[in-house]
Design a protein around this ligand. Sequence first.
Ligand code: HEM
Length: 506
Amino acid sequence: MPELLMPALVALIIIYIVIKFMTKKSIPKGPPQKWPFIGNAFEIDSQNPQETFINWSKKYGDVFSVKVFGEDIVIVNGFDAVYEALVTKSTEFAGRPKQFRVKLMLDGEYTGSCWDNWSNPKMRLLKKAAMRSMKQFGEGLDRLETISLGVIEELIGVLDSKEEQPFYPEHIINKATTCIILLYLFGEEYHMDHPHLAVLHKMLRYWEDSMGNASGLLLDIFPWLRFFGNKAYREISKAAEIRDSIFLPLIKKRKETIDKANPDCVCDALLLLQEEQRKVGKVITELDIKITLQDSFMGGVDTTTSAVTGMLLILMNYPEVQTKLQREIDGVIGTERPPSLADKSKMAYTEAFILEMLRYMSLAALGLPRATETDTTLRGHPLPKGIMVVLNLWSVHHDPGQWDDSFTLKPERFLNEDGTPVSPDHPNKRNFFPFGAGHRICIAQVLAKSRLFLFVTSLLQKFTFLPPEGTTPPSCDPRLFKRALILVPQPFQVRAIRWQQPDDKI
Ligand code: HEM
């Protein structure tokens, strides 16, 4: 009997390999895999994967695949291929890969406005409700503009209290950003010294760490590791505890106080959606609401913090741009009143600066991971349903064919010769996706741009940002940024000098 065991085992292995080979769907080729299972993982620069992918695209074409710990991932580079996936074939590429860590963050169920597949009608409803509510805050709503400015005024007070001495800005800006996002999500006014802010900051760091470290990757591959004290599992559990301790009472309060005729925040919009759906026999659960709010919190705080922190680093490196911005602010807004969103249309240089800053830093360098929702093709390559796809947005924003000298900041790229804004069909406006595009576009692009406008104008109306006395500023080249869930500037110090007329002081 034992003598039959060996040939049977060999036969089984051969059958397994043949079935695997026969059912393997073809995917575009990429760099050879040096190691079984590990695949290309160790050849990808963990700090700059977007640049590794650009280098490989020169050899393997704009669509190629890599293998990372047993998983095939299709990498998409350059405007034409990214545009086809984002826009032309938006529905086919609108899925999200199913990763165990993500499922844990969602309390065990793929739901909400970010991590579920587009083909799920509930996901589309949740995203639409959140997005509609956010859009209102981007333009128009006076109360929210006033309160955003209230938080920014508080931030200005904190910068003033530094008395022109150097400080690290990231944490302070993170607090201001968190206050504003909490206001949009829960209609709740927070001040920058509220104890919740430090706790929520910790929650974001737990998520970031568990998504970025090796123990997190191992947990995706071997979910049973959660029973053996896996670090990422502990971090995700702690983050969920914090979220529940702060979000659940806020949701309860909204439920009790909601003015149905005047929804005032994203939570209100979701509660109304829940009621509306109940009337037609459909269920939006408490979990759906909580996770949709979590999506926006996760998506909103770090992106805006990095954008504003990166902006300070850029301003120190480009003093002539800083002076031009201040001149425009002085000419349009002056010093007597706070900026308003109504000033936007009169401030072409500031608007161009914001767009160029988003292009230059490309904070969401690889977007969020996608998955195909059907068998499809991309640039002629067949792709099977369910394969993970990474869209290299950075490669579009730093394509030397489109952007000369792409690592130099030039707001003029978004201006005509006469200083007016370029039209929406100008190539520089079209070949540009800082917020993604198509079905999975960022829910807050209008809001995010408006808020950046209020940050830039309010801060530069009051201050000039300079490096510590006698030093040159650290480089603002985004290739040197830290890679977390998005790109984050390395810690740096800045001085906020009370602004005076350019001729007097700068
Ligand atoms: C400078 C600021 C921001 C940048 C650069 C940015 C960038 C992006 C990008 C590129 C995506 C698309 C991912 C994809 O294509 O699959 C995205 C999605 C998303 N963003 Fe933003 N974002 C910003 C601010 C915000 C803010 C303020 C919020 C919420 C308050 C937010 C919430 C979301 C959500 C929920 C999604 C997922 C949408 C979906 O999966 O369909 N983002 N963001």
